[in-house]
Design a protein around this ligand. Structure first.
Ligand code: UT7
Length: 410
């Protein structure tokens, strides 16, 4: 695109026009985990605030989770799938090393025109991808960018390691970042940081060029997430508040003008410490870590969608997204909310299923971790939370929500 054409295409503002989330149906409680590792419900709640998390079904993949959240976000925006010009999927648990998960999501949402790529910044991925989308639209290159954060972490956890397996869960969140002819609103400030001193504080050792996957690496359990919990905790509590402050300062706001913070949902103690660091009451911090655990790159997108659909977000509100993760990365976006929150109802009719193209002449192994499968096979799920506004009563009446297993092909 020429400079003149790009200049002409620059929008008056860049705004969120749609949002959506998807949490798999199956709930994994702390009591379930206490059957696998030496832990207790009381320990997990007091140290993390997590009561339960979701586990994707065997037929689901990161791409199918992302596609359901994306279809909801597109419905809320009122756009057609082919209006999306670029698809960004933030994830550290892709379907494959290649192709990009975003390429699979493109087909699953029925888009024929968009460019598609993944963004890898671990738990900060959604915020990094959001800032990237804003830049594409602000620069006049694209009008509508789909940003997904999606994770299927339960397939990358060692369910005999109590330090990690209690923390993480599966899910996806999505927003549509759109050009607007109306001035004002949208992202007003941002901050993205990376500190390689923390490179090996949360990592997955094997499967990359340094240590390709082999029987030996699998035997050593190097295909699972490893984490130095205390160091990560220290980094998070030190960095989240300063990253958020930097974004707020760039927006030209003061902290007391912030209406709602949507923090990465890693640990309630970390969120409380950020609130303290920012001098904000906990009533201004959105929290859903108790129900979904840490969903890494999905967490901010899921929390945002839930915040809007539960009436916590109003037109004109000043909102801050802030996250941290492996790398160590951190990121924050300060934005003014402009979309009508009731448009969330438009997602009501989107069925929570997605069909992703399967490879030819190749079958995957059973993707479920064996230790987890034994627990899951033992009892039924109790899903009540993964509903669009207005669906709750219906879902309660159904008792088990929508059984998507027969409709999804992955
Ligand atoms: O998106 C970023 C992802 N990572 C994070 O956000 C993690 C950040 N870190 C944390 O959230 C916390 O450090 C944890 C929740 C992981 C751990 O809490 P902590 O208060 O820092 O505990 P700790 O690591 O200091 O461990 C205290 C004790 C240890 O026993 P000893 O050595 O004192 O005898 C651990 O072995 O708790 C033990 N422990 C557990 N006990 C019961 C560790 N995990 C568990 C467990 N159940 N699941």
């Amino acid at each position: 695109m020429s400079d003149a054409r790009r200049e002409a295409a620059r929008p008056a503002s860049v705004r969120i026009s749609g949002w959506g989330m998807y949490a798999p149906e199956r709930v994994l409680t702390n009591a379930d985990l206490a059957k696998l590792v030496d832990t207790t419900d009381e320990w997990i709640i007091s140290r993390t605030g997590i009561r339960e998390r979701r586990v994707a079904a065997p037929h689901e993949t990161t791409a199918t989770l992302a596609a359901v959240a994306a279809k909801r976000a597109i419905a809320v925006s009122g756009l057609a799938p082919d209006d999306i010009d670029l698809i960004l999927v933030a994830t550290l648990t892709p379907d494959y090393w290649m192709p990009a998960t975003a390429a699979l999501v493109k087909e699953a949402i029925g888009n024929h025109t968009a460019a598609a790529m993944d963004v890898m910044a671990a738990c900060s991925g959604f915020v990094y991808a959001y800032a990237t989308a804003d830049a594409f639209v602000r620069g006049g290159m694209y009008r509508n960018v789909l940003v997904c954060g999606a994770e299927l972490l339960t397939r990358f956890l060692d369910f005999s390691d109590r330090n990690t397996c209690i923390l993480f869960g599966d899910g996806a969140g999505a927003v549509i970042v759109s050009a607007s002819d109306q001035p004002g609103g949208g992202m007003q400030g941002f901050e993205l940081t990376t500190d390689p001193d923390g490179a090996y504080m949360i990592w997955l050792p094997s499967g990359g060029s340094r240590s390709p996957a082999s029987g030996e690496t699998v035997g050593r359990g190097e295909h699972f997430v490893r984490m130095e919990g205390r160091e990560t905790y220290r980094f998070a509590t030190k960095t989240l508040a300063t990253t958020a402050q930097a974004a707020v300062k760039r927006a030209g706001w003061t902290l007391d003008e912030v209406d709602l913070v949507i923090p990465h949902q890693a640990n309630i103690r970390i969120i409380e410490s950020v609130a303290k660091g920012l001098g904000l009451p906990m009533s201004k911090m959105f929290v859903n870590v108790d129900r979904y655990g840490n969903t890494s790159a999905a967490s901010v997108g899921m929390a945002l969608a839930e915040a809007v659909d539960t009436g916590r977000v109003h037109v004109g509100d000043r909102i801050v997204f802030v996250a941290f993760g492996a790398g160590f990365t951190s990121g924050a976006v300060a934005l003014e909310w402009t979309a009508e929150p009731l448009h969330g109802r438009r997602a009501r009719d989107v069925v929570p299923v997605a069909s992703v193209r399967a490879p030819l002449d190749w079958d995957s192994v059973d993707p479920m971790p064996q230790r987890l499968r034994a627990i899951l096979d033992a009892g039924p799920p109790v899903p009540l939370d993964d509903v669009a506004p207005g669906e709750l009563d219906e879902a309660r009446a159904r008792g088990r929500g929508t059984d998507s297993s027969k409709e999804v092909s992955a």
